[in-house]
Design a protein around this ligand. Structure first.
Ligand code: ADP
Ligand code: MG
Length: 248
């Protein structure tokens, strides 16, 4: 894996978000330290996706700030496109272009957004595809790949922009069980290479192994956070204990 610039930190300060009258995030205080993986777990509908989406400005909080190192990305006048190249995001569904080859899917944004020449863009794309274990599949169409391979194309596409932070929103939840491992392995490699990551996941084993901290979100609030051993072995909040009983 290529090495990202040394650990960009993400900080949520008193972040609140509502949709209409429905409050979804309440006064979120969270630091995702540079070069570390922060895993977010919690029940469905608790606000996990909204939290991630705020971190790359797909959503805007009504209150509070989000800092990328010292840059307040929620301040007026911040260049959203620039923030999104610094903060990559991978979703449950991968949204690849079905009519384009794998190589074109990964190199397209480099040519369109970064105005790179085709040769240079393709060289970067090949390197990222190699990093996610898909070398040799550059000429394929997404439909000819497994779901796990498609998700790895989506990760390579994100990495092509050389992000400093990667957000993963249940990146393995839509995959057949036998395809999950390969995607988690890529995420683990990225974490070990020092990428700052915020990962919403139901993969508790991954969280225990890879995360520097695990965060429990319930009803839009952070109820507990800590290093994985404390979090999983000595949960304090009754809601977390109940949640872990359901999922472990
Ligand atoms: P999670 O990812 O933990 O399942 P979400 O962040 O997707 O939770 O959703 C949190 C709450 O916000 C849910 O009640 C959901 O219905 C609501 N919500 C999410 N996105 C929107 C939206 N665009 N408009 C209105 N309500 C939304
Ligand atoms: Mg979600």
């Amino acid at each position: 894996m290529s090495t990202p610039p040394p650990g960009t930190r993400v900080r949520f300060e008193h972040v609140s978000k509502s949709y209409g009258h429905v409050a979804v995030l309440h006064d979120i205080e969270l630091e995702a330290p540079g070069g570390m993986t922060t895993c977010i777990v919690g029940p469905s509908g608790s606000g996990k996706s909204t939290l991630l989406r705020c971190a790359n400005l797909m959503e805007r909080p009504q209150a509070g700030r989000i800092l990328l190192d010292d840059l307040d990305i929620t301040a007026p006048g911040v260049n959203i496109d620039k923030v999104r190249t610094r903060v990559g995001m991978v979703f449950q569904h991968f949204y690849l272009f079905s009519h384009l080859s794998v190589l074109d899917n990964v190199s397209l944004a480099l040519r369109k957004v970064r105005s790179m020449q085709r040769d240079q863009a393709e060289a970067v794309a090949r390197a990222k595809l190699l990093a996610v274990g898909l070398n040799g599949l550059e000429g394929r169409r997404p439909a000819d790949l497994s779901g796990g391979q498609q998700q790895r194309v989506a990760i390579a596409r994100s990495l092509a922009m050389e992000p400093e932070v990667m957000l993963f929103d249940e990146a393995t939840s839509a995959l057949d069980p036998e395809l999950v491992k390969g995607v988690l392995a890529v995420m683990r490699d990225l974490a070990r290479a020092g990428m700052t990551m915020i990962v919403v996941t139901h993969e508790m084993r991954f969280a225990r192994e890879v995360a520097g901290q695990v965060v429990f979100v319930d009803s839009g609030r952070i109820l507990e956070q800590g290093p994985p051993d404390d979090f999983f072995d000595h949960p304090r909040h009754p809601r977390l204990r109940h949640f872990l009983e359901q999922v472990l």
